[in-house]
Ligand binder design. Structure first.
Ligand SMILES: Nc1nc2c(c(=O)[nH]1)N[C@H]1C(S)=C(S)[C@@H](COP(=O)(O)O)O[C@H]1N2
Ligand SMILES: [Mo]
Length: 411
């Protein structure tokens, strides 16, 4: 890592900056990120100062693997943050305390309806542990194939959390709202404000059937009121979907016959339907690409850490987590310590929720020297992770799902 002296910083800024730099240097060895102006707790009050700040202005914050692996359920202090734009006043982990916050339901339904956060609390609740993963998580892995645009996320734009809320179909039942037969999508709108004048609002469309059965209107996370920074007082979580579809500060649900034409749904957060040449340009449209909806099957190695030096003469413990969109059971996680030539089954734990992290572990005897370990998850339908994740290369580097790889040394 190269340290370039910054010109024009005052002393207080410099001290902050150098403290952040020390944290950055110890957390993200080998990262291309050189400088963090602020620590995460300065960006969002309550976050751990050890998180990686990619953007302190709107809040793009990653969890280093060495912190992510410490808890089965990721505490709010450690959970990543991704804002495209922000609801003013929401850059904190405090709860929202807004019982009068209303959500409008409009479009292809029998009659428009409105529900408040206080009313949501009166409807039967569902609580589920699930992976929350930005579709850009792991983006930097694509750089081996060709340059990609966007926040240079490692594998830590994700976490495993417990969300509680009301399933959309149960809300409709309670409100006596019926959906018209020509409705095919639900557009989910957030109340945040575009960060540039003239920019479009943040919203996404979901296919109706998944929206009804797998979308929760979430008011609680990890047993507490949903923090403002994570979308409090209410956000959507569509189980098994990428986090970008999980709209924070939920304001409106539109039942429609078509997918939203909103820039964030059509111009971003989509991948080409057919493979494209790495490095080429691609403009997404409603018909040439698909939204970042269901999560691809994926595994991430938690130990060893990249670049770790492990004392010889003892077994090396390989650990990590795997998950998918929760629709097909995970069958196995396989580990290779010989660059993909042979694979061994790890011990895999099936959590209560199919949407949660599935921890895996394997012990390996390794001689002194340089080593690499690879992991790949397989589900009962045979879906797995490609050895070369670059086959899914796309200009924005969405939905990385290649075999994970970590290099380390036994001394
Ligand atoms: N209203 C709103 N919702 C949003 C966003 C946003 O910018 N505005 N960002 C999305 C993206 S891209 C991600 S990855 C997740 C991140 O959720 P988190 O910040 O709670 O971790 O929120 C999603 N929901
Ligand atoms: Mo995201």
């Amino acid at each position: 890592m190269q340290i370039t002296p910054q010109v024009g910083l005052d002393r207080r800024q410099f001290l902050t900056a150098s403290a952040a730099l020390v944290v950055a240097a110890s957390q993200v060895k080998g990262s291309s990120r050189v400088f963090a102006a602020e620590t995460a707790d300065q960006v969002i009050a309550g976050k751990s100062p050890k998180l990686i700040v990619h953007n302190g202005k709107i809040g793009e914050i990653e969890t280093p693997i060495e912190l992510l692996r410490q808890n089965e359920v990721t505490p709010k202090e450690l959970l990543f943050i991704r804002n495209n734009q922000v609801l003013p006043g929401s850059m904190k982990l405090a709860p929202a305390n807004q019982p009068d916050w209303g959500i409008d339901l409009i479009g292809l339904i029998n009659a428009p309806a409105r529900v408040t956060v206080a009313e949501l609390a009166q409807i039967p609740q569902t609580e589920t542990e699930c992976v929350l993963q930005c579709s850009g998580s792991g983006r930097t892995r694509y750089a081996k194939t060709a340059k990609v645009d966007g926040v240079p996320w490692g594998q830590g734009a994700m976490g495993n959390v417990r969300f509680k809320g009301v399933v959309l179909s149960q809300l409709l039942e309670k409100l006596k709202v019926t959906v018209q037969p020509n409705a095919k999508f639900v557009a989910v709108e957030g109340k945040d404000v575009p960060d540039k004048p003239g920019a479009e609002d943040f919203e996404h469309s979901l296919p109706l059937s998944d929206a009804l059965s797998r979308t929760l209107l979430v008011t609680h996370m990890n047993g507490e009121a949903l923090p403002l920074a994570h979308g409090g007082p209410v956000r959507t979580i569509t189980l098994g979907y990428y986090a970008t579809m999980n709209v924070k500060w939920l304001s409106r649900l539109r039942f429609e016959s078509e997918e939203s034409a909103n820039y964030n749904h059509v111009g971003r957060y989509r991948t080409p339907l057919k493979p494209i040449a790495p490095g080429s340009a691609f403009k997404t449209t409603l018909t040439n690409s698909e939204p970042n909806w269901n999560m691809r099957i994926k595994s991430v190695i938690f130990a060893p850490l990249e670049g770790e030096k492990i004392a010889g003469g003892r077994e090396v413990l390989v650990t990590g987590v795997a998950w998918n969109d929760g629709q097909a059971k995970l069958a196995a996680v396989e580990i290779s310590i010989d660059e993909g030539k042979s694979w061994r089954r790890a011990e895999l734990t099936h959590p209560a929720s199919p949407y949660a992290w599935h921890p895996f572990k394997l012990k390996a005897q390794l001689p002194a020297g340089s080593h690499s370990v690879r992991s790949r998850a397989v589900d009962v339908l045979g879906n797995s992770q490609p050895l070369d994740g670059g086959i899914h290369w796309n200009p924005a580097g969405y939905i990385w799902s290649g075999v994970d790889e970590v290099k380390f040394e036994v001394t």
